[in-house]
Structure formats: structure tokens, C-alpha cells
Design a protein around this ligand. Structure first.
Ligand code: 3H9
Length: 700
């Protein structure tokens, strides 16, 4: 049952009961309409209260239903709201905890609203690339005023019921109750108090005007334009709210809203944002680790290494109120590391982002040590030392000696074999990879690397901890580079081939930046340091001699051009500045290399650049899925959206491939494989992508 019906004396109560958030799916909508009909038919019922069971009034329309026949099936949300408005007996919405999207629209269709304090109220549809489509853009301005309503609708931000109730003249809440606990009783009493009120008030009958009219909306559009780049929904929200103020009548305004809503629903941007909503939540679920798996208690964290990575990692835990001990081998390295943490926090204080007392509280949670023994009471120890298996062996053997039983031993390695690292201990079940991305205190992504023997409760604990430190944690199996770096290697390989064949670093960067990445591959590697990739390639040349590479990146390193840190990389940099200027020396190096390889340069289109870079990610991503390194395509998308700057409105590489059509992606890969200057092996399409393309399916 998704909406329960009960009668309390002369008041009927309809309780939405569709966990987890009382989404307004078909069965719930039907339940409301049925409840209303029963109440109408029962002469002893004088008024109706509608409320939500559990932790929400309602989180809105059931997003899972979008794009399915159920979303169109009657009663739709519009007909439910019409039934509420047309009910001959007063209907009171008793709102608590969460009242969002369609949930708020439903409440605005009721004759009265009684709210509990502390309730999160929002029309967050814009975050899904759509706009409120069941009258929200027409009714909210009528109850709280045009400007506050437009703000809420354009940003999708949540406002507490207490704040909304303070807006002068507001008609959103007829009453705010003393507490959430007293809501049920107070709503019943309120319903009785209005049982005889006639005519019943309707939000649609309230006036809706803005004194400055068109001038205000033009101003709003200018404001929104900047923040709405690449997203069509925010500007359409302005159009819809303006329609509330200019339409001949309420129904016309509703029609405008409906049309805008349906158009937005069809946009690739909305599909991407909806995919992101579910992928983000699904990432925290591991297929064979039940959600009720007991978690280990993490009260204290040890971090080995006070370098940039170790410092950033430590800050995450300090920010979450968890004490950290940082271990280094030498006092000066420790001092340097702590000074950087201080500097980072002080910069936040200076910018007003962190209060002085909070900064001091965080620093008070930090202790330092030069002795492994001091980590013996840590519940989690994360190693962030040099990427070398010999060094990892020393660290983990030592940890095995000193760490307490049940402590989780994590490695921040970005490429090394976590199974081998686990084998350096007698407790491989307690070893896991926690791959943070630089700067670790800023970047959202945390790749959690699951070793062959990693215990389920270790995984459950680390995933929950990821949420606590505000990371998007994604599980990866063990392979070279895990999900993110394994894929980026194919992308970098293509970037190199594009240079060999006639493109310049600037052209490649500009093409992919136009696609939406904040930085192209050459600017990115100049920032990270070209020497890192050089070291990895040297290893690859031995381990995978048949893998093809452009040698230009090696030649660049041989010239000592490691990137921004040497003021010279693929681009030239002025000392201390980050502006990339095309380098004549590099262009000459590339030309000489082409000549030496006998490659006649050709003009390469931006489309080809984008396709080769993105589809190389897609093919490797498909192999990663096929091998079970990632358990779902959404995980791969989350890695790229939160760790590699993949444009949000394109939904991640795997989702984007579905938008392009997997058949088209496979055709393009076959074409690229025929290019003699490319790596045909790398373009051999994964079995998975070929099968899905043949069935007309996507990765989702
Ligand atoms: C709309 O209303 C359109 C109308 O204007 C017009 C229609 C014609 N549907 O976030 P959590 C699930 S558009 C289905 O981890 P929290 C979510 O997937 C809608 N499922 O919890 C997850 O499931 P699972 C406008 C939903 O406590 C579980 O609930 N509304 C919906 O941190 C827990 O989610 C929104 O955009 C939904 N509407 O936060 C609200 N909402 O456990 C979006 C949640 O299987 N939702 N789920 O992974 C939120 O902002 C948060 O989920 C909320 C709870 C604040 C409600």
C-alpha cells in the first residue's frame, strides 16, 4: 500500500507511505485519489489531512518512473492536484521533514498547509535539468512572492520551513506547529477548525505580479545566464515564473509550464543529471556487501607521509572531527607538511570560509610522530608514501607489526597491485586501497580498491567513512591504474597520436575544452607533471612491449620540460604563473618527430579529436566493466565526473556513449583502428560494447 486511509473522528487522514521518501509514483497517486473519494463519500468526514509516513512528507515525483509509461498514466500529478483543489471538504497538508518537488506542488494544491519546524522545503527539479512541472512555478510565487520563489526554483536550493514562515505576508504555511512531534495532533485540530470554512481557499486564485514586470525578469535572466552555461533549465525556470505573472489566467500559465517541462525532460542535459542522481547513490552500494554489514568503529586515523597527498588526506579527517596522527621519517619533512596544512587552513580563514575557532579545533585534533609505534591505537592507517613496491613492502610489514588487531590498513597507491601490498601483511583481509585525488582535501573522488581478500566489513566501513568525509566513494577491483587512471592512459595515448598526425597541443586542448573538460590533456599533464607519466611509460615499455605510444611525451621529458613546475612543458610558462603559452620549441620537436617517423601531417577536425579522446575512454571503460573491475557503468561515470572533470551535463563517458549510440561508437572505433598511425589493438572493441550495440542497448 502506498497511501493509507484512516478516519480519526470527523477527520480523514491520508498518509503517503512509499519509502524511502514517499515519491509520488503511480500507486501513491492512485492511493491519494482513492482516499479523497472515500472521504467525499463518508458523510461523517468533515475535513481531510494529507501527510507522509516515515522521514518525509514527500520527496516529489518518483524519478525512477520518468520516461516510463507509468509517469504518463492517470492519475498523473496534475489530476491528483486537481482532485485536491476540487474536493468539497477542506484538505490540509501536514508537512514535515522533507517537502520537495512534486511533494511541495501537491501541498500547494491543498486548501491549507500546516508545517512542522525544521522541514526542508525545495523545488529542486532544476538540479535534474527540468523545472517543477505540476504547478510549482505558478503556485509558489503566489504564496511567497515572485522573487523568493524564483530564487528557490532557479537554484533548487532547500529552505527551512521556519525561514519561509517568516516571509512577510506569506501564504505557504497557515500554521507552523510547535514541533514535529505535535504535527499530527495540531494538523487534526486545524482541520477541525476549518471544517466549515467556505469558500475553500485555492492558491491558484491568489494574485501574482511583480511591480517591475519585464525589467525584473530581464535582470533575472542576465543573472541566471552566467550560472546556467550548458544547462538549459535555469533560464526556462525564469520563463515559467514570468508566465505566472503575465498569463491571461492560471490555466494558461500552467500550460506554459507544462510545455517547458516536457521539452526539458527530453534534453540530453536532463537525462545526464538524472543519471548522475541515481549513479551517485548507487555508487555507495556494493552488490555482494549487504547494506546492514556491521562497520568497524573509526575513532582515530594514522597517515603515513606528510607530503602534499598525506597532508590533504589528513585534512579530510580533521574536517570531519576525526583525530589524525601523521607519521614521517624525518622531523623537517613533518614540519614542512604541517606548515602546508596550516597554510591551507589559514587561506580558508582569510577568505572567510572557515572560522578561527574551527581552524584551531581542527589543528588540535592533529598530532605528529616519527615512530610507527605511535600508530598502534589507530583504527585506520593510510599510507601515502612514494609509489614504489619496495617502499610499500617496508611500510606494510612494519604496520603489520604495530597496528592493533582489526585496524584497517589502507594504501593510497594510484597504480600498484593492492593484492601484492596486502601480501606484505599477515592480515590481507584488513588491507584496502584508498586512492585519493590531488588536492586530496578538495577533490570529491575516492577510489576504494577492493583486494582479493579485503573483508566485506572493511569495504562497508571505508564506504561509510567516504560519505562522512564528503567524498564520492567508488569501488574498483585491482588492475593497473584502477578505473580512472587505467582509462586516462588510453586517452593520453590518443592525445599523443593526434600530435603525431598533425594536431598541436593547443588544438587538442581547445577541442576537448569546448566539449566541456575544464582542461585539455596537455594543460592537465603540464599541471600534474610530465615526469609522472614518463616513469609509468618506462615500466609499460617493458611490461607491454606491443602497446604503441607517440614518443613525443618522452622527448619532451628528455628536454627537461616537466610542466608548470619547470616553467616549461607542452607549453611555456612564466615563472610562478599558470598561463599556458604555445611553445615554438615544442612545435618544432613535434614536427621533427613526424618527419623522422615519415608521417605527413594532416588537418584533423575538432570532432575527430573529441571522438578519439572520449571513445578511447569508453572502450577501456567497457573492458573494465566486462572484467568486473567496476560493477556498474554508473561507477565509471562517477569516477570521471568527480575525479577527471568530465562535463556534468554530458553524464560521464559511459552515459555519453549511450547518448551517441553504441552502434555509432563501435563504427567510429573500427574506423580509427584502420588508421596506420593509431594503435589497432587499443581500438579492438570490448565484447560488451559490441553485444550491447547489436541489441540497441546502452551501458545502463
Ligand atoms: C518532480 O517532483 C517533478 C514534478 O515537479 C513534476 C512531475 C510531473 N524519486 O538522497 P538519499 C531515493 S522531480 C525516487 O540518499 P537523503 C534515492 O534514490 C523530483 N527516488 O537520502 C535513494 O534510493 P536508494 C523532485 C527518490 O536522506 C533514497 O531515496 N525531487 C527520490 O540524503 C534515499 O535518497 C527531488 O529532486 C525521488 N524523488 O536525502 C528530490 N528522492 O536508497 C531528490 C530520493 O535506493 N531527492 N529518492 O539509493 C533528494 O534531494 C534527497 O533524496 C532527499 C533525501 C533530500 C529527499
Amino acid at each position: 500500500m502506498t497511501a493509507e486511509y484512516q478516519v480519526h473522528g470527523d477527520v480523514a487522514v491520508i498518509t503517503l507511505n512509499n519509502p524511502p521518501v514517499n515519491g509520488l509514483g503511480l500507486a501513491t497517486r492512485q492511493g491519494i485519489v482513492d482516499g479523497l473519494a472515500k472521504a467525499e463519500d463518508d458523510a461523517s468526514v468533515k475535513a481531510i489531512v494529507i501527510t507522509g509516513a516515515g522521514g518525509a512528507f514527500s520527496g516529489g515525483a518518483d524519478i525512477k518512473e520518468f520516461g516510463t509509461p507509468k509517469s504518463l498514466q492517470d492519475p498523473n500529478l496534475h489530476s491528483v492536484i486537481r482532485a485536491l483543489e476540487n474536493c468539497s471538504k477542506p484538505v490540509v497538508a501536514a508537512i514535515h521533514t522533507v517537502c520537495m518537488g512534486g511533494g511541495l506542488e501537491l501541498a500547494l494544491g491543498c486548501h491549507y498547509r500546516v508545517g512542522a519546524p525544521g522541514c526542508a522545503v525545495a523545488l529542486p527539479e532544476v538540479k535534474l535539468g527540468i523545472l517543477p512541472g505540476a504547478g510549482g512555478t505558478q503556485r509558489l510565487p503566489r504564496v511567497i512572492g515572485v522573487e523568493p520563489a524564483l530564487n528557490m526554483i532557479v537554484t533548487g536550493e532547500t529552505v527551512q520551513s521556519d525561514m519561509l514562515a517568516m516571509i512577510p505576508g506569506q501564504k505557504l504555511f497557515d500554521k507552523l506547529t510547535a514541533s514535529k512531534e505535535s504535527l499530527a495532533d495540531e494538523a487534526l485540530a486545524f482541520a477541525r477548525s476549518v471544517a466549515d470554512a467556505r469558500p475553500l481557499p485555492l492558491v491558484r486564485n491568489l494574485p501574482c505580479k511583480h511591480p517591475k514586470g519585464e525589467a525584473y525578469f530581464q535582470f533575472a535572466r542576465n543573472m541566471v545566464k552566467g550560472m546556467a552555461k550548458n544547462f538549459p533549465a535555469p533560464l526556462k525556470c525564469v520563463d515559467a515564473v514570468q508566465a505566472a505573472t503575465t498569463s491571461r489566467n492560471f490555466e494558461d500559465g500552467l500550460m506554459t509550464e507544462r510545455e517547458l517541462f516536457l521539452n526539458l525532460m527530453m534534453t540530453p542535459e536532463s537525462r545526464s543529471l538524472r543519471h548522475l542522481f541515481f549513479a551517485e547513490r548507487a555508487a555507495s552500494k556494493i552488490p555482494d556487501v549487504p547494506s546492514d554489514t556491521p562497520k568497524r568503529d573509526i575513532k582515530k586515523v594514522g597517515v603515513i607521509g606528510a607530503g602534499t597527498m598525506g597532508g590533504g588526506i589528513s585534512m579530510n579527517f580533521l574536517n570531519a572531527g576525526i583525530p589524525v596522527t601523521i607519521l614521517e621519517m624525518k622531523q623537517d619533512a613533518l614540519d614542512r607538511g604541517i606548515a602546508i596544512i596550516r597554510k591551507n587552513y589559514e587561506a580558508q580563514v582569510k577568505k572567510g570560509k572557515l572560522k578561527q575557532d574551527k581552524y584551531e579545533a581542527r589543528m588540535a585534533l592533529l598530532s605528529t610522530s616519527l615512530a610507527y609505534e605511535d600508530l598502534k591505537d589507530c583504527d585506520l592507517i593510510i599510507e601515502a608514501v612514494f609509489e614504489d613496491m619496495g617502499v610499500k613492502e617496508q611500510v606494510f610489514s612494519k604496520l603489520d607489526e604495530v597496528a592493533k588487531q582489526g585496524a584497517i590498513l589502507a594504501s593510497n597507491t594510484s597504480t600498484l597491485d593492492v593484492n601484492q601490498i596486502a601480501s606484505f601483511t599477515k592480515r590481507p583481509q584488513d588491507v584496502v586501497g584508498m586512492h585519493f585525488f590531488s588536492p586530496a582535501n578538495v577533490m570529491k573522488l575516492l577510489e576504494v580498491v577492493r583486494g582479493e581478500k579485503t573483508a566485506k566489513d572493511v569495504l562497508a566501513t571505508v564506504m561509510a567513512l567516504g560519505k562522512k568525509i564528503k567524498k564520492t566513494a567508488v569501488v574498483s577491483g585491482v588492475c593497473d591504474g584502477f578505473i580512472g587512471n587505467r582509462m586516462i592512459e588510453r586517452y593520453s595515448q590518443q592525445a599523443g597520436f593526434l600530435l603525431d598526425e598533425g594536431a598541436t597541443p593547443e588544438q587538442v586542448d581547445k577541442a576537448i575544452e569546448k566539449f566541456g573538460f575544464p582542461m585539455g590533456p596537455f594543460r592537465m599533464i603540464d599541471m600534474a607533471g610530465n615526469d609522472i607519466g614518463w616513469a609509468i611509460r618506462k615500466r609499460r615499455y617493458v611490461e607491454q612491449p606491443d602497446m604503441k605510444y607517440s614518443k613525443t611525451a618522452d622527448l619532451l621529458c628528455e628536454m627537461g620540460r616537466f610542466g608548470q613546475k619547470t616553467s616549461a612543458g607542452w607549453y611555456d610558462y612564466e615563472a610562478g604563473k599558470r598561463d599556458a603559452k604555445p611553445s615554438a620549441v615544442v612545435l618544432k620537436m613535434i614536427e621533427d618527430y613526424r618527419a623522422q617517423q615519415g608521417i605527413a601531417p594532416r588537418k584533423i577536425s575538432d570532432d575527430e579529436i573529441v571522438q578519439r579522446l572520449i571513445f578511447s575512454l569508453v572502450n577501456e571503460g567497457a573492458k573494465i566493466l566486462e572484467e568486473g573491475i567496476a560493477s556498474k557503468s554508473g561507477d565509471i561515470d562517477m569516477v570521471y565526473l568527480t575525479g577527471y572533470g568530465f562535463p556534468i551535463w554530458r553524464g560521464g563517458p559511459m552515459h555519453y556513449a549511450g547518448e551517441v549510440g553504441l552502434f555509432n561508437v563501435v563504427q567510429a572505433m573500427k574506423r580509427f583502428a584502420r588508421n596506420p598511425h593509431d594503435d589497432a589493438n587499443a581500438w579492438a572493441p570490448s565484447r560488451l560494447i559490441v553485444d550491447l550495440a547489436a541489441q540497441g542497448k546502452t551501458f545502463e
